[in-house]
Design a protein around this ligand. Structure first.
Ligand code: BES
Ligand code: MN
Ligand code: MN
Length: 469
């Protein structure tokens, strides 16, 4: 591991940023106060408010062509600054929507009343992903204020459906393909490695999301009168779910692993070389042990092997005491994390075929597709990836590690496929940031240093030999 001393950015930009730390904390908080939960229809107006908040900010700092564009979902915010003649163009992406906040009672402070506690910003969206939008805004502002220019051309795309559906943005990208032309995509929606080590993500898993419904008689039945006489939907669903894995943690759906790209020796070495403290990881999880597919390390299982999980299941009586029924129906939400070259539609078909085959008699079983997204691997050796690595190292005093992550950002594959762009995943969330859970937080040092890293990245890209960005 190389450790170098962090160096200062452009002193004029640093001085400008330094003088505005309090103001910056306030604008971060103001943005986080907008409850932009994309999945809940009652927050649609809040999503629009968040989009307008970003658009106002972009206009104020001097970004051109700012627009809050309607989509089939929540609005996309677009803005660009294209006055750097002959310089490359980066397409910057983040999402302003956030996950729902339940269970509310587990939050230390209300999710949309941002609080600074021990160097952390505590709020829904602090890390995923409003904090990272805020970093891009403040970096661009500092550059435009001090130099009246950005070092390169930048097109900003901030979407509001990432946490609930990939479809609206995908359609918008296709419809706006020409004006989104760029040399590179910069996606800031990932984080640092365990131990808060600076990282560049170079792989993301894809996703296949489905629901299994098992339906019996139209209403609950007395389990004395009918137990042993009819199929129980909850029993039937349990037997289906139990058949999805073998006892060791392998997925048992026939064909599930057929299209998986095997790990190369190089891939395995890169995982093994990461400074991973498995004991600390386990301790943080407060678990008696880790579990998963045999034959692979924890980091391999998370970053480069597919997995399948029940996200939720419900059926029958859940109150206190006893109620003797055969439930009328039983349901499960099931998702698979996918790796190259798995296809979400193919995996859905294999799940559905398997469930149909093993579905117990005497009830009606169906499988419905809810969503999906493709996996991606991004290039380590692309000049802009290396520019990002230099920017991280110079700012944080430590060379980044390259990681393949378990989470999914379907837009990454869309940038690569639909727009034909190389992508750099430059994200600053601390590991274990409680994204999607109560008490989501952002390390304020990561936030501040991240702004400097973005400033440096734009300068680094500007300094690349032409044609290499
Ligand atoms: N920022 C995350 C993706 C992520 C998580 C990347 C962890 C790297 C590490 C993103 O907002 C997210 O939550 N994505 C969803 C998928 C989406 C299709 C709903 C996910 O991974 O569950
Ligand atoms: Mn995110
Ligand atoms: Mn998320």
């Amino acid at each position: 591991m190389t450790t170098t001393r962090a160096t200062a950015i452009d002193p004029k930009v640093e001085a400008w940023l330094d003088a505005r730390a309090d103001e910056r904390l306030e604008s971060y908080k103001a943005f986080l106060r907008i409850p932009s939960i994309s999945a809940l229809p009652e927050h649609a107006a809040d999503c629009r408010r968040a989009a307008e908040w970003i658009a106002d900010d972009l206009r104020r700092i001097g970004v051109d062509h700012v627009e809050v564009a309607d989509t089939s979902g929540h609005p996309v915010v677009y803005g660009d600054w294209l006055r750097a003649a002959d310089a490359p163009t980066a397409l910057v992406y983040c999402h302003y929507d956030v996950q729902p906040v339940d269970p509310l009672d587990l939050w230390q402070s209300p999710p949309f009343e941002p609080a600074v506690v021990d160097g952390r910003m505590l709020a829904r969206g602090a890390s995923d992903d409003k904090g990272q939008i805020h970093m891009h805004l403040r970096a661009a502002e500092a550059l435009l204020a001090t130099r009246r220019a950005l070092p390169i051309n930048v097109k900003f795309v901030f979407e509001g459906d990432e946490e609930s559906s990939a479809a609206p943005l995908e359609r918008w990208l296709v419809a706006n393909r020409d004006r989104l032309a760029a040399d590179v995509g910069v996606i800031s929606d990932t984080g640092f490695f365990e131990g808060n080590i600076p990282a560049i993500t170079v792989g993301l898993r894809g996703l296949m999301y489905a629901q299994i419904d098992v339906v019996g008689s139209p209403v609950d039945l007395h389990s004395g009168g009918y137990g042993g006489v009819v199929q129980n939907p909850a029993n039937a669903l349990a037997s289906i779910i139990a058949a999805l894995h073998d006892g060791d943690g392998r997925v048992a759906i026939p064909g599930f692993y057929d299209d998986v790209d095997p790990l190369s020796d190089d891939d395995r070495r890169r995982f093994a070389d990461l400074p991973f403290d498995e004991d600390a990881y386990l301790a943080e999880l407060e678990l008696p042990g880790l579990f998963g597919e045999p034959g692979y390390t924890t980091l391999e299982r998370r970053g480069a092997r597919p997995s399948l999980d029940v996200n939720g299941m419900w059926s029958g009586f859940q109150g206190e005491g006893a109620k003797t029924i055969i439930p009328a129906h039983a349901h499960a939400k099931v998702s698979a994390r996918l790796v190259p070259s798995q296809d979400p539609d193919v995996i859905f078909d294999r799940l559905e075929a398997f469930v149909r085959r093993i579905a117990p008699p005497g009830v009606r079983t169906s499988v419905t597709k809810i969503g999906g997204g493709r996996p991606s691997v991004t290039p380590v050796d692309h000049p802009v990836t290396q520019a990002a690595a230099r920017a991280l190292e110079a700012t944080f005093g430590r060379a980044p590690v390259y990681i393949r992550e378990g989470g999914s950002i379907p837009v990454c594959a869309s940038f690569e496929g639909t727009l034909g762009l190389p992508v750099v995943l430059l994200g600053f969330a601390p590991p274990n940031n409680h994204a999607h859970a109560p008490n989501e937080w952002m390390d304020l040092e990561n936030h501040e240093m991240g702004i400097r890293t973005i400033v440096r990245l734009l300068d680094e890209i500007a300094a690349l030999p032409s044609a290499s960005a």
